[in-house]
Design a protein around this ligand. Structure first.
Ligand SMILES: NC(=O)c1ccc[n+]([C@@H]2O[C@H](COP(=O)([O-])OP(=O)(O)OC[C@H]3O[C@@H](n4cnc5c(N)ncnc54)[C@H](OP(=O)(O)O)[C@@H]3O)[C@@H](O)[C@H]2O)c1
Length: 249
């Protein structure tokens, strides 16, 4: 028996929301592990910057502008990836938004549609399209939130969208299992990025949050990357349809 490693040498990895935050950290982490990476988000300029960092590491990279809630843009992302690299080994559905409505009654149609669109509709469409180009051994990784398991009033639509993403994980794992494609989900607790700093802007609020975590601190985005590498690699070859809670306890 060989010891499975976390290397992703030669794999083609698509990461959405890769212009910054966790997506950027994962894109760079996959490149460091030997993968070629497609860096996607709405802002092409920022994706180009991350792609340049990846090329400087000696890997291939492609920057693509994609609003994941738009089905035709999802199709364009997958088509551009396949035209450049010929296949997709790993899809990371990371792009997400978490607007905070003050009450259920204050949820507008626009907020509802945008939140569901980015966190659920996009991942569903990309999963369906990417799987068409995945060989056996392919891996789809969804980035969910602990809010999906413990919703509160101010996370209502976001929590519902991420709960949908959890369900999508299990349904897609069931559909694609016979083709050797695995689908798993990282259910994240709190980690430092722009989106966290928007929802918890003050040091006091962040300290309150940290005091409720067993490890006593909010994670860095880089601390999620190892789990994504594990889910992409042969080390997790018998794991599918699983929600991995990564929240510092
Ligand atoms: N930070 C946390 O504490 C935390 C906790 C649990 C779960 N999460 C989840 O982790 C993931 C990453 O979060 P983060 O904190 O790294 O967020 P972030 O720093 O706000 O970055 C979000 C990324 O998503 C992209 N994006 C936003 N809307 C998009 C759209 N419509 N289409 C394509 N890309 C879009 C953004 O780029 P553009 O603006 O260029 O599109 C950016 O690259 C999200 O799914 C989030 O829900 C975060």
């Amino acid at each position: 028996m060989t010891i499975p490693s976390l290397v992703a040498t030669g794999k083609v990895v698509v990461v959405t929301g890769a212009s910054k935050g966790l997506g950027r950290a994962m894109a760079l982490g996959f490149a460091e592990a030997g993968a070629d990476v497609v860096v996607a988000s709405r802002k092409l300029g920022r994706c180009e910057e991350v792609a340049a960092e990846i090329r400087a590491m000696g890997r291939r990279a492609l920057a693509v502008s994609c609003h994941v809630a738009e089905w035709d843009q999802c199709a364009a992302l997958i088509n551009e990836t396949v035209a450049e690299f010929g296949r997709i080994d790993v899809l990371v559905n990371n792009a997400g938004i978490a607007p905070v409505p003050p009450s259920l009654l204050a949820v507008t149609e626009d907020l509802f549609d945008k939140t569901i669109g980015v966190n659920l509709r996009g991942p569903l469409r990309l999963t369906a399209l990417a799987a068409e180009h995945m060989p056996s051994g392919g891996s789809i990784i969804n980035i969910s939130s602990k809010a999906s398991l413990h919703p509160s009033s101010f996370t209502v639509v976001y929590a519902a969208a991420k709960a949908g993403l959890n369900a999508l994980t299990k349904a897609a794992a069931d559909e694609f299992g016979s083709r050797g494609i695995r689908v798993n989900c990282i259910v994240c607790g709190t980690f430092h990025t722009d989106s966290l700093h928007r929802s918890l802007p003050s040091a006091d609020l962040q300290a309150q949050m940290a005091s409720r975590i067993s490890l006593g601190r909010i994670a860095g985005a880089d601390e999620i990357v190892g789990t994504a590498l594990y889910l992409a690699s042969h080390a997790s070859s018998y794991l599918t349809g699983e929600l991995i809670l990564l929240d510092g306890g």
